[in-house]
Design a protein around this ligand. Sequence first.
Ligand code: MG
Length: 306
Amino acid sequence: MAASKCVRLSGQVAKELLDSVDSVLFDCDGVIWRGDQAVPGAPQVIQLLKKHGKKVFFVTNNSSKTRRMYVEKMSTLGFSAAEDEVFGTAYCSAMYLKNVCKLQGKVYLIGSNAMKQELEAIGVQPIGMGPDHVFGKQTDWANVPLDPEVRAVLVGFDEHFSYMKLNRAMQYLSRTDCLFVGTNRDTRLPLEGGTAVPGTGCLLQAVETAAQRQAATVGKPNHFMFDCVASNFGLEPGRCLMVGDRLDTDIMLGSNCGLKTLLTLTGVSTVADAEANRQSDCTERQRMVPDYYVETIADLLPALQG
Ligand SMILES: [Mg+2]
């Protein structure tokens, strides 16, 4: 495959690129919305792509929402989307446990209520949601009660993450036949105004360090996220465009799966970041260079309206 060039997309090239694909996969935060506001013009871009017969999908590492919750958020922001077009890590990790791991048994879940719902929707029983309180003086940490039916530990975003949960996950994972899966490895989530919060990757690394084991992760840049979409809709990788704001997750996923890639500058990564990767000698970093970039996905409008 030819090295990616990170070319600014406009005019005729934009038209040719869109003509060359059947499906467009969008990351969400930093691409079609920022926090709780739609990127101006993004709803029209999605609508026009569909009008031109393109399949559109939404692919996000955020594990705090079910597919239905995403559709509700999108509708509030002016997007029209169907549940089966949305691939978040809450849904995808449930699919991974069911279809790839063929899980038989319960899941010890460090995660959100949304993850619980997606697991239950496919018949997997999660345990461990919500706070895991320490009552009185806990002394025998290594012998906390465990459920003998647990066959997997799944780690996603959990606002109630604690030492007790970390300990419980470690005790389950001391059994070698216990599966270990994480939603994603994002370490920091940037917010408006230059602040940031810890990402799920921090929780996953804590559990990996304690358990002295590596988790399999389902989120971008792991190809499972694309496989999940491709197997549901029969997609041909070379006819797909991945649009994202992060080089290390979105663009890397595209490179890992043989998709065309477009970086948008409304989120985390910059053209300077992409250029630095392009000039690097490291092959891993060279895969974090997009084919094209735009200031905002609204820059696709002229090509779609012409
Ligand atoms: Mg993003």
